[in-house]
Design a protein around this ligand. Structure first.
Ligand SMILES: CCCCC/C=C\C/C=C\C/C=C\C/C=C\CCCC(=O)SCCNC(=O)CCNC(=O)[C@H](O)C(C)(C)COP(=O)(O)OP(=O)(O)OC[C@H]1O[C@@H](n2cnc3c(N)ncnc32)[C@H](O)[C@@H]1OP(=O)(O)O
Length: 207
């Protein structure tokens, strides 16, 4: 029986509580990370004429405003917002889950301009980053504390920038603490990349 997983409710509540305790609006955090994604895409596409000196001054002001609000990892919100399509983080290409169960995940992936390698193709390192994210959702849906032991990626065709792609991941085999998974990224009928991964469930007490 598949356990449908979209959001982990207790975690979500606690993350929302974190936002609220931090005096941070829940929707505001989403708006901020979304605006940051847009900004990073435009940094990547900026050409001559962009007023980089003024922007740098503004950016320094942004960092000065955030610096006093630094908290330790356990109290951070970044990447912990399971109620949001991108977990409220900008580090990975966008993954909007359609379905996450204990055995598979599927959703839309989109590589913004920020993830361009060259010639319209996504950076080769950004593709496994996406796979790790998607596979991580499946592993997390099983309620496991696990880490990626390996993640092998085969690049079959370029991964285009700025288009909605489909990403699928599944558990192939479980052996003790080891979870063997595979994933596939496709652009319509064309397979862009495939991945094989091993996640290992952490021993009790492991950090
Ligand atoms: C789901 C993960 C969530 C983690 C993040 C948490 C919160 C994030 C929030 C939200 C998550 C949402 C989405 C998730 C997004 C991303 C998920 C990212 C997950 C990661 O990105 S995480 C960081 C990168 N990752 C590491 O930083 C690992 C460093 N490493 C280690 O921490 C250890 O190395 C470990 C724990 C892997 C194993 O250590 P260990 O001591 O527990 O176990 P041991 O070594 O005994 O191996 C046991 C059996 O696995 C076999 N084995 C081990 N390694 C192998 C390999 N490479 N190839 C082939 N077989 C291997 C052995 O051969 C043995 O096999 P056998 O039992 O058959 O002999």
């Amino acid at each position: 029986m598949l356990a449908l997983f979209r959001v982990d409710p207790p975690a979500t509540r606690s993350r929302e509580a974190k936002c609220q305790h931090a005096g941070m609006s829940v929707d505001g955090y989403r708006a901020m990370t979304s605006a940051l994604r847009d900004f990073l895409d435009l940094v990547a596409t900026a050409g001559p004429g962009a007023d980089v000196d003024a922007l740098t001054t503004d950016l320094r002001r942004w960092t000065d405003r955030l610096a006093p609000h630094r908290v330790d990892e356990s109290r951070r919100v970044f990447g912990e917002r399971f109620d949001l399509p991108d977990r409220g983080q900008t580090m990975t290409p966008l993954f909007v889950p359609r379905l996450v169960t204990t055995v598979r995940a599927e959703g839309v992936a989109r590589f913004g301009e920020y993830f361009l390698g060259s010639n319209g193709a996504a950076h080769g390192g950004a593709v496994p980053l996406l796979f790790d994210e998607v596979l991580g959702h499946v592993v997390l849906a099983r309620g496991l504390r696990a880490r990626t032991a390996y993640l092998h990626t085969e690049y079959r065709a370029i991964t285009p920038i700025g288009r909605d792609l489909t990403v699928r991941a599944r558990v192939d085999r479980v052996s003790g603490r080891k979870l063997f998974l595979t994933a596939e990224l496709s652009d319509g009928d064309a397979v862009c990349a495939e991945s094989e991964a091993l996640f290992v469930e952490l021993r009790d007490g492991a950090p």
